[in-house]
Write a protein that binds this ligand. Structure first.
Ligand SMILES: [Fe+2]
Length: 301
């Protein structure tokens, strides 16, 4: 398959001759100037841009391909519900088929995460601090623990006339060394019985809590720490990206600090990539964290 690759390097050590998987795992944002798989008819696109997110807990409209469920949108009719679900399902299937062809080593055992549709303008939406996408952060999903797998995300700018603007900064490796201790590295106390008891009780009412590992707890803590660190937000390295209308890009969003500054109407699909299928498993955030704290972090907190 011929792909039109353009790269925005987010990592100083990336070798242009390295494989695509190695480049992604090192922290590159790999850019496709036009989306390499079919998107939507004009009629479907017009329907999508009319949809509104439901607010409240939901930041975006989401589709879970594992259960076929769509959530986070304002509902007007059964027909609208059916059409929206069908479009997001179709996107998930086409994106996944294309990505499996591009990155077969990951597809051997990846877990499909959600599709998110972002109909709001990023520059003007109002969210609580830890949910604000424009602040530099590395990704960690509170309700879907990765348990040490990496988070690969595919984004598509559906907007037909406006670019989507991102900022990227340092890699997880750099940030862990710089801020890991301040954020609170995992230590033995996380495995003590009072914590296990608390964890077990919370797990009764919040199923995702039960599935969190020491790694997931740290990554959530680190995500919030970075968003709240004024010095990093003000003075951290910054590289700006303008993703053209109709373009697509891929990034391991747990491995590179990023923020979404501007843009409306984007789709993304996330995938959990197992350590065994990584080309450079030693660069995975879970491996780096284990090295930094001297503990195994991929088991329950
Ligand atoms: Fe993010």
């Amino acid at each position: 398959m011929k792909v039109d690759l353009e790269t925005y390097s987010g990592h100083p050590h990336t070798d242009a001759k390295a494989s695509l998987t190695a480049r992604l795992e090192c922290g590159e944002v790999v850019y496709f100037s036009s989306c390499p798989f079919d998107l939507f008819s004009q009629d479907d696109l017009e329907f999508l841009v009319q949809q509104k997110s439901g607010g409240g807990f939901h930041k975006n409209i989401s589709y879970d391909p594992n259960h076929g469920r769509t959530s986070g949108y304002l509902t007007f009719s059964r027909q609208q519900r059916r059409r929206l679900r069908g479009l997001l399902k179709g996107f998930s299937e086409r994106a996944t088929a294309w990505l499996a062809g591009l990155l077969p080593r990951y597809a051997q055992s990846w877990r499909l995460d959600r599709v998110h549709y972002r109909p709001e303008e990023e520059a003007t939406r109002i969210l609580r601090d830890t949910a604000r996408d424009e602040l530099l952060h590395v990704d960690a999903f509170p309700t879907r623990p990765s348990r040490g797998d990496r988070i690969l995300r595919l984004f598509v700018n559906l907007n037909d006339c406006e670019p989507r603007t991102w900022v990227t900064s340092e890699t997880f490796s750099f940030l862990l060394e710089r801020f890991g201790r301040q954020a609170g590295l995992p230590h033995e106390v996380e495995a003590t019985w009072p914590r296990r008891l608390r964890h077990g009780l919370l797990g009764l009412v919040q199923p995702h809590y039960r599935r969190r590992t020491i790694y997931d707890s740290f990554m959530l803590r680190f995500h919030h720490f970075l968003k709240n660190h004024q010095g990093f937000q003000d003075r951290g390295a910054r590289k700006f990206h303008s993703f053209a209308p109709g373009s697509a890009w891929l990034v391991f969003s747990d491995g590179l600090a990023h923020g979404e500054l501007r843009g409306q109407f984007a789709l993304d699909h996330s995938y959990f990539i197992a350590s065994e299928t990584l080309e450079l498993p030693e660069l995975a955030p879970a491996s780096l964290l284990e090295k930094a704290c001297g503990l195994s972090v991929r088991h329950a907190a």
